[in-house]
Design a protein around this ligand. Structure first.
Ligand code: PLP
Length: 469
């Protein structure tokens, strides 16, 4: 029979049966009460502690319900055989992908890329729309929402794509997702390409490379040229590939638009290979000079292009909202995957974006941001050109960034880490390359590049680069 020491606090607020339960549970978890040991009978323990039998019984029943003990009827109650709890040592919580993202959920630093403008965000309007959306979601029936996304939002997205990206599709082809990343997950699962080869752009978005690798695909980097992906090189490097993930609108990170002949050649390649193309249209029509070319998917006669858009760059990455448009023939299958593995994000965020789009705020906001970012990009390029030297030279204005080339003798990752100490957040270019040696350079975000501080930030950056030379 196990010997038990249970001390009770009779003046306290914790019920006596809970105190008895707690003492015995701790004794079991610490190994002080061994597996198989018999606990005292209800009446013995009740007498020993000066409590009622019912109190002990309630404690034992809870131990039995929680599988710490086994009730054997007339044979009494024994300690269950169970693994000892792991003695886990908690290590500090390291964020994923520290090279690509700096501190999560903090205000953007100077030169930080990939985030919209903080100061020009229509905060008041957006919070009003969000409150309305939250109220509407709260009043909604408690049933399951459509896992493909709210019908009104899918309709708004289909209309937007027709007007702004030249892409005609029905809402049944549109899936609302957790940003580009959520859409890529859905697309990869839908295509079932585990063990197959895929082309990605070289240089290209590092998370796409990681995602395809995680999905069990072999990834081949294919060089990009002034008019986009070098399809002949791709056919030489990875002839067996049957998927290409591309950013034809504005290449990430170098910014070029894929030419029409290249688009046609890529679509031909997909047809010949019986393969697929995932179009990452992450900037959509947010092109700072001239007009954005239509989506690649708008040229697709054979249903081989899966088109992905995101609200991360146009509204905020904090929404975690994007969409996937698939050929009609795949819509049913993708619906099953969305329902079982990747349902659309919470309805209230979807309601808010629906209203933002429906009432014309979205296109107005895009127009305003284009003007603002173009001015900020011009100012940054001018500033860098004034300072340019053999240490740093402006390579190109690309998307919402400026690409600054560095001499091959320096390390862009070292410079980027050093710049962080001064509150600047340029992103190193070399990790975007698959091929080696990678081009050394810095990607400088323009969206938060404030006219008042740009000159000082550029000078400081140049000092840091010179310090490494
Ligand atoms: C090439 C590319 N695609 C997609 C995204 C957006 O991803 P998400 O919608 O998951 O925020 C980014 C963001 O930086 C990007 O650079």
């Amino acid at each position: 029979m196990a010997t038990l020491s249970v001390s009770l606090d009779r003046a306290g607020r914790i019920p006596l049966s809970a105190q008895i339960y707690g003492s015995i549970r701790s004794a079991i978890e610490s190994g002080q009460l061994a597996a198989g040991a018999r606990l005292p009978s209800w009446s013995d323990l009740a007498a020993q502690l000066g409590v009622s039998r019912g109190t002990v019984r309630a404690a034992y029943e809870r131990l039995i319900d929680e599988q710490f003990a086994i009730g054997l009827g007339a044979a009494g109650t024994r300690v269950a055989t169970r693994p000892l709890p792991a003695t886990t040592k908690w290590s500090p919580d390291a964020p994923p992908l520290p090279d690509l993202f700096y501190d999560f959920s903090t205000a953007p630093l100077a030169f930080q890329m990939g985030v919209p403008s903080q100061d020009a965000f229509p905060f008041k309007l957006w919070s009003r729309i969000q409150s309305r959306a939250a109220r509407r979601a709260a009043a909604a029936p408690v049933g399951y929402p459509d896992p493909r996304g709210e019908p009104e939002l899918r309709q708004e997205i289909a209309s937007y794509l027709a007007v702004s990206r030249g892409l005609r599709c029905s809402p049944s082809q549109v899936f609302v997702t957790a940003g580009f990343a959520g859409a890529l997950n859905l697309a990869i699962r839908g295509l079932q390409m585990e063990g197959r080869q895929a082309w990605i752009e070289d240089p290209g978005f590092p998370l796409t490379r990681t995602a395809l690798g995680l999905a069990g695909m072999t990834v081949a980097g294919v060089p990009v040229e002034a008019d986009g992906l070098d399809i002949d090189a791709g056919s030489r490097i990875a002839p067996e590939a049957s998927l290409a993930v591309v950013t034809p609108g504005q290449q990430a990170p170098l910014g070029m638009t894929m030419s029409l002949p290249r688009r046609i050649a890529l679509l031909d390649w997909a047809k010949q290979r019986d393969g697929w193309i995932i179009e990452d249209d992450y900037l959509g029509e947010l092109q700072l000079k001239g007009r954005a070319a239509p989506a690649l998917a708008s040229l697709d006669p054979d249903g081989r292009v899966l088109h992905i858009g995101t609200f991360s760059k146009t509204i905020s990455p904090a929404l975690r909202l994007g969409f996937l448009v698939v050929p009609l023939s795949m819509a049913r299958r993708l619906g099953e995957i969305a329902a079982s593995l990747a349902p659309a994000p919470t309805a209230s965020v979807q309601h808010a974006v629906t209203e933002f789009m429906h009432d014309g705020h979205y296109l107005r906001h895009l127009r305003r941001m284009k003007r603002l970012y173009a001015a900020r990009q011009t100012a940054l390029v001018r500033c860098l050109n004034e300072l340019a030297s053999e240490s740093i030279s402006v390579h190109a204005a690309a998307g919402m960034t400026v690409v600054a080339a560095l001499p091959q003798s320096v390390s862009d990752t070292d410079i980027a880490s050093r710049a962080r100490l001064f509150g600047l957040a340029p992103v190193p270019l070399s990790p975007w390359y698959t091929r080696k040696p990678a081009q050394q350079g810095l990607l400088l975000g323009v969206t938060n590049s404030d006219e008042r501080t740009v000159a000082a930030n550029c000078s400081r950056l140049l000092e840091i680069v010179r310090g490494h030379h």
